[in-house]
Design a protein around this ligand. Sequence first.
Ligand SMILES: *Cc1c(COP(=O)(O)O)cnc(C)c1O
Length: 421
Amino acid sequence: MSTALTSRAYAESLDAGDPLAGFRGRFAWPDDDRLIYLDGNSLGPLPTATRDRIARVVAAEWGSALVRAWGEWIDLPHRAGDLIGAHLTGAAPGQVLVCDSTTVNLFKLASAALRARPGRGVIVTDDDNFPTDRYVLQGLAAQSGRELRVIRSDIDAGLDERALSAALGADVALVCLSHVAYRSGALADMARITDLVHAAGALVLWDLCHSAGAVPVQLDASGADLAVGCTYKYLNAGPGAPAFLYVRRDLIDALPQPIWGWFGQADQFAMGPEYDPVPGIGRFATGTPPVLGIAAVEEGVKLLAAAGISRLRDKGTALTGYLISLADEWLAPLGFELASPRAGARRGCHVSLRHPEAWRLSQALIAAGVIGDYRTPDRLRLGPAPLYTRFTDVWDAMDRLRRIAAARSYEDLPAERSRVT
Ligand SMILES: *Cc1c(COP(=O)(O)O)cnc(C)c1O
C-alpha cells in the first residue's frame, strides 16, 4: 500500500479520476513545463476568461464607451458580492459587497460593531490572527479607548475554543477571528464559535481570506454577524483586487460605518448637503469602485462556481491529505514535521511543514520550479489549490523537496530573507 501511494503512477491514477481536471486548462500558465504552483493561497493564477474580460473592459468599455460605461459598472460591486454570497460564502443576496481592501473593510466593520455595542469595552482576537487584523484592532482599541484582549492560539493546531470562552464576558463588544489560519491552515468551527460569542452578547467578525473559495462557508446558516475576505487568493482576481464584506441582513441598517463616502449615499447623484446612507449593504461602500478589479472578481467567482465548492472542498482535502502522506513517508525522516492539523476536516487547503531551514528550503524549491512560500518562524507553506493543482504536481513537488533536503543543496543559498516572503 505504501509503495503504491509513493509511486508516481498512484498520483497519475488520482488525476485520471479527478472530475475537476479540465479546469487547469482555463488558466494562462507561464511557458515553463517545470513550474509547479503551490502558492495560489497567496496570489491565484490568471484565468484566461479574466484576461479576456479585462481586455474587453479596457478596450470596449473604458476605451470606447468612456464615462457612459458607468451605467453598466455601477452595479458591479453588488453583482460580484451576490455571486460570492451565492457560490462561496452561503449568504443570500443583498448582504455581500465587493469594495476596498480586506484591511479597510475590517476597519469599517469592526468600528461599526463597536458603535453598536457602546457599553462594552473589550475587543477579542487571537495572537496568531493575520497581522493586518491584529494591527487594525490594536489601532481601533487605541482610538476608542477599549482593551484588546488577545488569546493564545497554537500556531499549528489553531484556535483554542476554551481560551476563547474564558476571554468572553459581558464586557466584550466584538470578537474577530480568521476562519482558516494563514500559517497552519487550521479551520475554525464557525457555527459553534459564533454561538459562543453570541451567548456572551458580542458580535463576531470572521476573516475569510484563506477560506473563501477553498472550503465551504455558511455565513447565513452559522448566524455570523460580519465577515471580510480577499479575492486575490483562491478567487484568482489578481494582485490588489478588491475585497468583499458581509453584514448579516438584520444588522445592515443598524451598524453605522465610519467612512461616510458618496458611494454609500442614498441619492448619490443628488449631491445633497448631508450624508444619508442608502438602505441595504450599499451603505458599506465608500468611494469609486475599482472596476477592473471587480470584473476580475466576477470572472474568478464564476470559474469557482462552475467547479462547485463541494467538489473543490473534496479535492482540496484529498490533495492536502496526499501531500501529508508523502511528507510522512519521505520528509519526516529528513527532519520535517507537520505544522498543520492532520484531520482533513480541521484543515483548510494549505499545509505547513516545519523545518529549521524552512527559508532556504523554500528558496531552493523555487529554484527547482516549485513555488510555495516561507512563513515565520520556520514553516514551509504549500497550497495545492484544488481548481488547478494536479495530484502529480503534489507528487513532483514533494519528490523535488525530498531530493533537495537529502542532498542539502539549500545550504548553498543565502540565509538572509528577502523583503517579500
Ligand atoms: C491575505 C490576508 C489579508 C490581506 O489583507 P489586505 O488588506 O488584502 O492586504 C487579511 N487577512 C488574512 C487572514 C489574509 O490571509
